[in-house]
Design a protein around this ligand. Structure first.
Ligand code: TYD
Length: 132
């Protein structure tokens, strides 16, 4: 399971750093932005895959663990650097856990919300992933 890290260019400044993402530098056009915040300690998010959606996950603040599974093997990474995100391709199961206090997880998405694009059943995901 390969993890696709995306480095976000940043302008370092003693007044505070500034990171910038532009459509032309991303592998998809952003149609939706959302973020997870006020995540209680011990809480887990995700637990699904997407058929068509691409997402870039950025730890704006704090840290959390991202587990990616392709139905055959898995990889776990800790995101803590706001200038380093992870691109989640289609048909990859994701789980998010171990959120630090005050963590904010920004998600840039290639499509608007569509519940039909989700695969929320692990067995159904494994079956589909291993057929394609
Ligand atoms: P979900 O994607 O399962 O959250 P996560 O993967 O972060 O744990 O979404 C949780 C709920 O929020 C679910 O009922 C769908 C709803 N939702 C929207 O209505 N719009 C959105 O853009 C997203 C991401 C979720």
């Amino acid at each position: 399971m390969e993890v696709k890290w995306i480095d976000i260019p940043s302008i370092k400044d003693p007044r505070g750093n500034l990171a910038v993402l532009e459509d032309s530098k991303l592998p998809f056009k952003i149609k939706r932005v959302y973020y997870l915040f006020d995540v209680p300690s011990g809480s887990e998010r995700g637990g699904h895959a997407h058929k068509n959606l691409l997402q870039l996950i950025i730890p704006l603040s704090g840290s959390f663990e991202l587990v990616l599974k392709n139905g055959q093997n898995e990889k776990s990474v800790t995101l803590y650097n706001p200038t380093r995100g992870v691109l989640i391709p289609t048909m990859v199961w994701r789980e998010l856990r171990h959120f630090s206090a005050g963590a904010v997880c920004l998600v840039l998405a290639s499509e608007e919300y569509d519940e039909d694009d989700y695969i929320r059943d692990w067995e159904a995901f494994k079956l589909k992933a291993n057929l394609s």
